[in-house]
Ligand binder design. Structure first.
Ligand code: MG
Length: 222
């Protein structure tokens, strides 16, 4: 059985923060809003975006579109704006060519997460995707990781299984709770000392892929 790695998507394989900033700028311009409004929008959606947010946005700015229409347009616009950092797509291809199975374990709404996965090309380079809304569990809950592993074909005794992500709690803590080895993508930040540390920490997703490539599958002896 091939080794398995699950990746977080937002701010791990794609730069959601930058895409959200671009989206907020374009939304401000489209509706003639202020820079303060732009900052408010970016802050509102910083952690997550759900359809209910767009009803709040509609009311605040007295927009004529429905909240549903605003959400649908957000999904399309954020997918068009989001980018993979350099080397991510090539790294996914190299991992699979090297014998790894790859899954995506992401919190979020199914439609917007899939829009980003398709627009960036990640969807074509992984074996399975598990989005919290349709899976009925959210990271760090073990059920989300278990479902992602199952969709990739499961893991047997002695098979390497890893979780890679930028969140200390959701990705690393969640992965640990699900029995996975973990790689923290730190983006230069400091590990919260009160939490058990990851197996490895790296500056970005591409470095995580290089590390995994060096570990297996032919050297899958640990
Ligand atoms: Mg993330």
């Amino acid at each position: 059985m091939q080794p398995l790695v699950l990746f977080d998507m937002d701010n791990t394989l794609v730069d959601r923060q930058l895409a959200l900033a671009r989206w907020a700028t374009s939304f401000r311009a489209r509706y003639g809003l202020s820079h303060e409004d732009e900052a408010w929008l970016a802050n509102l959606l910083a952690e997550r975006a759900v359809p209910d947010h767009f009803e709040v946005i509609r009311l605040r700015f007295q927009l004529v579109e429905s909240g549903t229409d605003l959400w649908d347009r957000y999904c399309a616009d954020i997918a068009a704006a989001v980018r993979c950092p350099s080397g991510v797509l090539e790294g996914l291809e190299a991992l699979r060519a090297g014998g790894w199975r790859i899954g995506i374990a992401t919190n979020g709404q199914t439609d917007v997460q899939w829009a980003k996965l398709r627009a960036t090309g990640i969807a074509d380079r992984v074996d399975a995707v598990c989005v919290s809304e349709e899976a009925g569990a959210r990271k760090p809950e073990p059920a989300l990781f278990a479902e992602a592993v199952r969709r990739c074909g499961g893991v047997g005794d002695g098979i390497q299984a890893w979780m890679v992500g930028d969140s200390a709690v959701k990705d690393v803590g969640g992965g640990q709770g699900a029995g996975l080895r973990t790689i923290w993508v730190d983006h230069g930040s400091t590990w919260p000392q009160e939490l058990p540390g990851p197996d490895h920490r790296v500056p970005d997703a591409h470095a995580a892929m290089d590390l995994l490539s060096s570990l297996g599958p032919r050297r899958n002896t640990t």
